[in-house]
Ligand binder design. Structure first.
Ligand SMILES: Nc1ncnc2c1ncn2[C@@H]1O[C@H](COP(=O)(O)OP(=O)(O)OP(=O)(O)O)[C@@H](O)[C@H]1O
Ligand SMILES: [Mg+2]
Length: 421
């Protein structure tokens, strides 16, 4: 039985650098729990505090029903896998997997049987007599996972174990890790910055930003019902449309979200409308995922936005279209209580300035990675899935907004009327 509880846990590194701030989490026995967030948000720091490799600065860490702040890594009985699985180069795969059992002084025949069984499950049985230096990255990582799992630890910690592998191998190993961890029932904390990995593997996900916990829930909960605009944007591919509007309560209609060139109405029979009344006359942020924008002919005025298609992209299963609708969009990274430092924009004018006007972002290429995949699209483009009714480039489109799936946030980045809370 291994529950992990973080009770207001904080970490301040020397130099007064606060890496983790007052995090409360309850990771339940047997859960596959994912810590997700962008680079530098404190994921590894939390994992290392759980492992006992990093001291907890404030708050309490509970393991197995007791405060563990002062316990050594050995006393915690955890196994950890890092990005580059560390193996002993002079030992074979089998020797590496055997090593923790030998240290523990187990029965040799039994240990050998266990190594054989686990190496088969990991698909590396045929390599059991080879040394790490002769293996591919994926095979080495499997061996490292095998070595960590062999001991049947009470807690399994993984820090981006797949991030150095290519996409195909990552998907394959992701499935195997999930299957293996579930079959052993070992509580697992898995760190990644990859939203797909998090969504596909996790029982529950915690999303971190700048050391602060933004949201916790099942993949469905945090995708469909995110607590903050940052979470909505982080778990959105293609990226969510984030638009600024002013909310107006109108007696006979509901709350009108005024985008300037377009208006959407949240009718009074929609539960969100009453919470929006307190925002009357104030700016709000509206999040619309690309699949909640459907091209229509006709469509009611209070549910549609009109735009002109600028760019079409083929994505295999469907087409993505980018339309100019004259509505300024917002960068999720700049919203919230802890705004990130933005790079200074290069001086306007000259080629850099003209390029910037064309592509709508600084030509210096210093923007956060989140925006990079939309490189040739203007920041004000609305993205939607064009589906079977693919419009032409330059065509005017009417986009019906699925109001049920539209998300509304305050300017502090917090959701107005999240369903779960
Ligand atoms: N030993 C250290 N001393 C000082 N600061 C540190 C130390 N380790 C990490 N940090 C800082 O703490 C913050 C969180 O780091 P951490 O390694 O936990 O992030 P992360 O979410 O794992 O990022 P990544 O995805 O890049 O691995 C960062 O700002 C980092 O620079
Ligand atoms: Mg890390």
């Amino acid at each position: 039985m291994t529950d992990v509880v973080l009770n207001g846990v904080g970490k301040v590194y020397p130099g007064d650098h606060r890496a983790v701030d007052d995090v409360h989490l309850h990771i339940r026995d047997g859960e596959l729990f994912v810590l997700l967030g962008p680079s530098g948000c404190g994921k590894s720091t939390i994992l290392r505090m759980i492992a006992g490799l990093e001291e907890v600065t404030s708050g309490e860490l509970w393991l197995n029903g007791g405060v563990a702040n002062g316990l050594s890594p050995r006393e915690r009985n955890v196994a950890m896998v890092f990005q580059e699985g560390a193996l002993y180069p002079h030992l074979t795969v089998g020797g590496n997997m055997m090593f923790p059992l030998e240290v523990a002084g187990g029965d040799r025949a039994e240990s050998r049987e266990r190594v054989a069984e686990l190496s088969r499950a990991l698909g590396i049985h045929s390599m059991i007599d080879r040394r790490p230096g002769t293996l591919s990255g994926g095979q080495r990582q499997r061996a490292a996972i095998g070595r960590a799992l062999i001991r049947e630890p009470s807690l399994f910690l993984m820090d981006e174990p797949l991030s150095s592998l290519d996409a195909g191998l990552r998907t394959e190993l992701r499935l195997e890790i999930t299957g293996l961890v579930r079959s052993t029932g070992t509580t697992t904390v898995y760190v990644t910055h990859d939203q797909v990995e998090a969504m596909t593997m996790a029982d529950r996900i915690a999303v971190l930003r700048d050391g602060v916990l933004e949201d916790v829930g099942t993949p469905e909960q945090i995708y469909q019902d995110p607590a903050t605009v940052f979470v909505a944007a982080f778990l959105s591919s293609p990226p969510i449309n984030l638009l600024q509007a002013t909310a107006w309560a109108v007696q006979d209609r509901g709350v009108v979200l005024d985008f300037g060139s377009a208006r959407l109405t949240v009718p009074w029979d929609d539960a969100r409308s009453s919470a929006l009344i307190s925002h009357h006359g104030a700016p709000v942020l509206v999040g619309i995922r690309p699949d909640a924008l459907v091209p229509v002919t006709g469509g009611a005025e209070e549910r549609t936005i009109t735009g002109r298609v600028r760019v079409l992209e083929f994505h295999g299963q469907d087409w993505l279209a980018y339309a100019e609708a004259g509505i300024p969009t917002v960068d999720a990274g700049s919203v919230g209580t802890r705004p990130r430092a933005r790079p200074a924009r290069p001086a306007s004018g000259g080629l850099a300035g003209r390029l910037r006007e064309m592509i709508g972002r600084p030509a210096g290429g210093q923007e956060p990675p989140r925006e990079e995949h939309a490189g040739h699209h203007r920041r004000s483009d609305l993205v939607f899935r064009a589906g079977a009714r693919r419009p032409e480039r330059g065509q005017e489109v009417r986009l019906e907004v699925d109001l049920e799936r539209m998300m509304i946030f305050g300017m502090d980045g917090r959701r107005i009327t999240a369903v779960r809370r």
